[in-house]
Design a protein around this ligand. Structure first.
Ligand code: SAM
Length: 258
Protein backbone atom coordinates (compact mmCIF):
# COMPACT_ATOMS: atom_id res chain seq x y z
CA UNK A 1 0.00 0.00 0.00
CA UNK A 2 1.56 3.30 -1.09
CA UNK A 3 0.77 6.21 1.18
CA UNK A 4 3.30 8.83 0.02
CA UNK A 5 1.94 11.61 -2.18
CA UNK A 6 4.37 14.15 -3.49
CA UNK A 7 1.75 16.94 -3.53
CA UNK A 8 2.35 17.38 0.22
CA UNK A 9 5.96 18.33 -0.50
CA UNK A 10 5.77 19.89 -3.98
CA UNK A 11 8.24 22.70 -4.62
CA UNK A 12 10.22 22.17 -1.41
CA UNK A 13 13.99 22.74 -1.16
CA UNK A 14 14.65 19.12 -2.15
CA UNK A 15 12.58 19.51 -5.35
CA UNK A 16 14.58 22.62 -6.27
CA UNK A 17 17.87 20.79 -5.62
CA UNK A 18 16.75 17.74 -7.62
CA UNK A 19 15.16 19.49 -10.59
CA UNK A 20 17.91 22.05 -10.97
CA UNK A 21 20.49 19.23 -11.01
CA UNK A 22 18.36 17.33 -13.55
CA UNK A 23 18.04 20.41 -15.74
CA UNK A 24 21.81 21.02 -15.59
CA UNK A 25 22.60 17.41 -16.53
CA UNK A 26 20.19 17.61 -19.48
CA UNK A 27 21.79 20.88 -20.54
CA UNK A 28 25.12 19.04 -20.90
CA UNK A 29 23.60 15.97 -22.56
CA UNK A 30 21.75 18.06 -25.15
CA UNK A 31 25.02 19.48 -26.48
CA UNK A 32 25.33 16.32 -28.61
CA UNK A 33 22.75 15.33 -31.21
CA UNK A 34 22.75 11.58 -30.53
CA UNK A 35 19.45 10.22 -29.23
CA UNK A 36 18.80 9.74 -25.54
CA UNK A 37 16.38 7.44 -23.75
CA UNK A 38 15.29 9.02 -20.47
CA UNK A 39 13.71 6.97 -17.71
CA UNK A 40 11.95 8.42 -14.66
CA UNK A 41 11.45 5.44 -12.32
CA UNK A 42 9.26 7.28 -9.78
CA UNK A 43 7.41 9.94 -11.74
CA UNK A 44 4.67 11.27 -9.45
CA UNK A 45 1.77 13.23 -10.97
CA UNK A 46 3.81 15.70 -13.01
CA UNK A 47 2.38 19.12 -12.13
CA UNK A 48 1.40 20.52 -8.73
CA UNK A 49 -0.91 23.52 -8.25
CA UNK A 50 0.49 25.26 -5.17
CA UNK A 51 -2.98 26.08 -3.91
CA UNK A 52 -3.98 22.38 -3.71
CA UNK A 53 -5.21 21.29 -0.29
CA UNK A 54 -2.34 18.79 0.15
CA UNK A 55 0.35 21.35 -0.76
CA UNK A 56 -1.21 24.03 1.42
CA UNK A 57 -1.16 21.72 4.43
CA UNK A 58 2.63 21.89 4.90
CA UNK A 59 3.48 24.74 2.51
CA UNK A 60 7.00 23.36 2.11
CA UNK A 61 7.40 25.42 -1.09
CA UNK A 62 7.83 28.47 1.17
CA UNK A 63 11.31 27.18 2.08
CA UNK A 64 11.92 25.95 -1.47
CA UNK A 65 10.86 27.42 -4.78
CA UNK A 66 9.15 30.49 -3.32
CA UNK A 67 12.31 32.39 -2.16
CA UNK A 68 14.17 31.27 -5.32
CA UNK A 69 11.36 32.66 -7.49
CA UNK A 70 11.20 35.92 -5.51
CA UNK A 71 14.94 36.48 -6.01
CA UNK A 72 14.91 35.75 -9.76
CA UNK A 73 15.30 39.34 -10.97
CA UNK A 74 18.73 39.61 -9.32
CA UNK A 75 20.09 36.28 -10.57
CA UNK A 76 23.30 36.51 -12.68
CA UNK A 77 23.84 32.78 -13.23
CA UNK A 78 22.93 31.66 -16.77
CA UNK A 79 21.88 28.15 -15.72
CA UNK A 80 19.61 29.41 -12.96
CA UNK A 81 18.18 32.03 -15.32
CA UNK A 82 17.37 29.40 -17.95
CA UNK A 83 15.84 27.13 -15.30
CA UNK A 84 13.66 29.97 -14.00
CA UNK A 85 12.55 30.83 -17.54
CA UNK A 86 11.52 27.19 -18.02
CA UNK A 87 9.67 27.29 -14.70
CA UNK A 88 7.92 30.44 -15.81
CA UNK A 89 6.73 28.70 -18.98
CA UNK A 90 4.99 26.06 -16.82
CA UNK A 91 2.77 28.75 -15.28
CA UNK A 92 -0.67 29.52 -16.72
CA UNK A 93 0.22 33.21 -16.15
CA UNK A 94 4.01 33.46 -16.70
CA UNK A 95 4.82 36.04 -14.03
CA UNK A 96 2.76 34.39 -11.27
CA UNK A 97 4.12 31.28 -9.57
CA UNK A 98 1.01 29.13 -9.08
CA UNK A 99 2.24 25.69 -10.18
CA UNK A 100 5.35 23.63 -9.52
CA UNK A 101 6.30 21.13 -12.23
CA UNK A 102 7.57 17.66 -11.29
CA UNK A 103 10.26 15.57 -12.94
CA UNK A 104 8.03 14.34 -15.86
CA UNK A 105 7.52 17.96 -16.89
CA UNK A 106 11.23 18.85 -16.58
CA UNK A 107 12.22 15.81 -18.64
CA UNK A 108 9.51 16.37 -21.24
CA UNK A 109 10.33 20.10 -21.57
CA UNK A 110 13.71 19.50 -23.23
CA UNK A 111 12.84 16.33 -25.15
CA UNK A 112 13.88 16.40 -28.81
CA UNK A 113 12.47 14.55 -31.84
CA UNK A 114 15.12 11.83 -31.52
CA UNK A 115 14.68 11.24 -27.76
CA UNK A 116 12.33 8.98 -25.80
CA UNK A 117 11.01 9.24 -22.25
CA UNK A 118 9.51 6.48 -20.13
CA UNK A 119 7.71 7.50 -16.92
CA UNK A 120 6.91 4.85 -14.31
CA UNK A 121 4.44 5.43 -11.49
CA UNK A 122 2.98 2.76 -9.19
CA UNK A 123 0.32 4.74 -7.31
CA UNK A 124 -2.95 4.40 -9.28
CA UNK A 125 -4.18 7.93 -8.42
CA UNK A 126 -0.83 9.55 -9.20
CA UNK A 127 -0.56 7.62 -12.46
CA UNK A 128 -4.06 8.70 -13.43
CA UNK A 129 -3.22 12.36 -12.82
CA UNK A 130 0.07 11.98 -14.72
CA UNK A 131 -1.92 10.59 -17.66
CA UNK A 132 -3.85 13.87 -17.94
CA UNK A 133 -0.71 16.08 -18.18
CA UNK A 134 0.17 17.54 -21.57
CA UNK A 135 3.63 16.13 -22.19
CA UNK A 136 5.73 15.48 -25.29
CA UNK A 137 4.39 12.79 -27.68
CA UNK A 138 7.71 11.02 -27.01
CA UNK A 139 6.77 10.54 -23.35
CA UNK A 140 5.30 7.18 -22.48
CA UNK A 141 3.53 6.79 -19.12
CA UNK A 142 3.62 3.33 -17.55
CA UNK A 143 1.62 2.17 -14.52
CA UNK A 144 4.06 -0.14 -12.76
CA UNK A 145 7.14 -0.61 -10.60
CA UNK A 146 9.92 1.72 -11.72
CA UNK A 147 13.03 -0.28 -10.89
CA UNK A 148 11.63 -3.50 -12.39
CA UNK A 149 10.47 -1.51 -15.42
CA UNK A 150 13.90 0.07 -15.85
CA UNK A 151 15.83 -3.20 -15.69
CA UNK A 152 13.35 -4.85 -18.10
CA UNK A 153 14.05 -2.12 -20.71
CA UNK A 154 17.80 -2.76 -20.84
CA UNK A 155 19.75 -2.49 -23.00
CA UNK A 156 18.01 0.41 -24.75
CA UNK A 157 18.32 0.93 -28.50
CA UNK A 158 19.36 4.61 -28.35
CA UNK A 159 23.09 5.42 -28.05
CA UNK A 160 22.56 7.19 -24.70
CA UNK A 161 20.60 6.55 -21.52
CA UNK A 162 19.74 8.92 -18.67
CA UNK A 163 17.82 7.70 -15.62
CA UNK A 164 16.29 9.60 -12.70
CA UNK A 165 15.63 7.50 -9.57
CA UNK A 166 13.57 9.40 -7.03
CA UNK A 167 11.77 7.02 -4.65
CA UNK A 168 9.83 8.04 -1.58
CA UNK A 169 11.95 5.64 0.55
CA UNK A 170 8.84 4.61 2.52
CA UNK A 171 10.50 1.21 2.91
CA UNK A 172 14.05 1.11 4.33
CA UNK A 173 14.98 -1.64 1.89
CA UNK A 174 14.55 0.82 -1.00
CA UNK A 175 18.07 2.20 -0.42
CA UNK A 176 19.47 -1.27 -1.14
CA UNK A 177 17.04 -1.92 -4.01
CA UNK A 178 18.13 1.33 -5.70
CA UNK A 179 21.82 0.37 -5.41
CA UNK A 180 21.11 -3.07 -6.91
CA UNK A 181 19.07 -1.65 -9.78
CA UNK A 182 21.84 0.86 -10.55
CA UNK A 183 24.53 -1.85 -10.57
CA UNK A 184 22.38 -3.90 -12.97
CA UNK A 185 21.71 -0.87 -15.18
CA UNK A 186 25.39 0.00 -15.51
CA UNK A 187 26.18 -3.58 -16.30
CA UNK A 188 23.84 -3.35 -19.30
CA UNK A 189 24.55 0.30 -20.20
CA UNK A 190 28.09 1.05 -19.06
CA UNK A 191 28.02 4.78 -19.82
CA UNK A 192 24.45 5.40 -18.68
CA UNK A 193 23.97 8.60 -16.69
CA UNK A 194 22.03 7.91 -13.49
CA UNK A 195 20.68 10.57 -11.12
CA UNK A 196 19.58 9.47 -7.67
CA UNK A 197 17.83 11.59 -5.09
CA UNK A 198 17.98 10.65 -1.39
CA UNK A 199 16.83 12.31 1.85
CA UNK A 200 19.19 13.25 4.68
CA UNK A 201 17.47 11.95 7.80
CA UNK A 202 18.73 11.66 11.38
CA UNK A 203 18.75 7.84 11.01
CA UNK A 204 21.32 8.16 8.19
CA UNK A 205 19.81 5.41 6.01
CA UNK A 206 21.37 6.95 2.91
CA UNK A 207 24.77 5.52 4.00
CA UNK A 208 23.44 2.09 2.94
CA UNK A 209 22.89 3.47 -0.55
CA UNK A 210 26.27 5.23 -0.76
CA UNK A 211 28.30 2.28 0.52
CA UNK A 212 26.45 -0.25 -1.67
CA UNK A 213 27.11 1.87 -4.76
CA UNK A 214 30.82 2.11 -3.85
CA UNK A 215 31.03 -1.63 -3.22
CA UNK A 216 29.55 -2.35 -6.64
CA UNK A 217 32.64 -0.71 -8.15
CA UNK A 218 31.06 2.42 -9.63
CA UNK A 219 33.83 4.96 -10.01
CA UNK A 220 32.37 8.16 -11.41
CA UNK A 221 29.97 9.50 -8.79
CA UNK A 222 29.28 13.22 -8.32
CA UNK A 223 27.55 13.99 -5.02
CA UNK A 224 25.78 17.11 -3.82
CA UNK A 225 24.10 17.60 -0.46
CA UNK A 226 21.97 20.60 0.44
CA UNK A 227 21.29 21.22 4.14
CA UNK A 228 18.14 23.01 5.20
CA UNK A 229 19.05 22.63 8.87
CA UNK A 230 22.07 21.49 10.84
CA UNK A 231 22.16 17.71 11.37
CA UNK A 232 21.01 17.00 14.93
CA UNK A 233 18.99 20.21 15.19
CA UNK A 234 15.81 18.13 15.32
CA UNK A 235 15.32 14.45 16.17
CA UNK A 236 12.94 13.71 13.29
CA UNK A 237 12.35 14.71 9.72
CA UNK A 238 14.44 15.51 6.69
CA UNK A 239 17.20 18.05 7.34
CA UNK A 240 18.79 17.89 3.91
CA UNK A 241 18.62 16.64 0.35
CA UNK A 242 21.15 14.51 -1.50
CA UNK A 243 21.77 14.11 -5.23
CA UNK A 244 24.10 11.72 -6.98
CA UNK A 245 25.03 11.90 -10.63
CA UNK A 246 26.68 8.68 -11.74
CA UNK A 247 28.70 8.92 -14.96
CA UNK A 248 28.14 12.68 -15.28
CA UNK A 249 28.26 14.06 -18.83
CA UNK A 250 31.56 15.20 -20.31
CA UNK A 251 32.67 18.58 -18.87
CA UNK A 252 30.45 18.28 -15.79
CA UNK A 253 33.15 17.34 -13.26
CA UNK A 254 35.35 20.30 -14.23
CA UNK A 255 32.45 22.73 -13.99
CA UNK A 256 30.86 21.47 -10.77
CA UNK A 257 33.71 19.94 -8.72
CA UNK A 258 34.69 21.65 -5.45
N1 SAM B 1 10.06 12.28 -9.28
C1 SAM B 1 8.92 13.08 -8.89
C2 SAM B 1 9.25 14.54 -9.10
O1 SAM B 1 10.44 14.91 -9.00
O2 SAM B 1 8.35 15.32 -9.39
C3 SAM B 1 8.52 12.83 -7.45
C4 SAM B 1 8.41 11.39 -7.10
S1 SAM B 1 7.89 11.06 -5.46
C5 SAM B 1 9.28 11.44 -4.49
C6 SAM B 1 7.91 9.30 -5.49
C7 SAM B 1 6.81 8.68 -6.33
O3 SAM B 1 7.12 7.31 -6.53
C8 SAM B 1 5.42 8.74 -5.72
O4 SAM B 1 4.53 9.32 -6.65
C9 SAM B 1 5.05 7.27 -5.48
O5 SAM B 1 3.68 6.99 -5.69
C10 SAM B 1 5.89 6.57 -6.53
N2 SAM B 1 6.27 5.17 -6.24
C11 SAM B 1 6.43 4.57 -5.04
N3 SAM B 1 6.88 3.32 -5.22
C12 SAM B 1 7.03 3.14 -6.56
C13 SAM B 1 7.51 2.07 -7.35
N4 SAM B 1 7.91 0.93 -6.81
N5 SAM B 1 7.57 2.25 -8.70
C14 SAM B 1 7.17 3.44 -9.27
N6 SAM B 1 6.69 4.47 -8.56
C15 SAM B 1 6.64 4.33 -7.22
Amino acid sequence: MLSYQHAYHAGNFADVHKHLTLYAVMDYLLRKRTAITYVDTHAGRGLYPLDAQETQRLQEYREGIWPVWQARAGVRDSLLNAWQAALSSAQPVPEALTHYPGSPWWLSYSLREQDQLRLFELHPGEHEQLSTQGLSPHAQRVFGDGLTGLTAMLPVTSPRLCVLIDPSYERKVEYQEVAEAVAYTLNKARHGVVLIWYPLLPAGHHHTLLSSLKESGIRKIWRSELLLREPGEQAHGMFGSGMLVINPPWGWMNAWQR
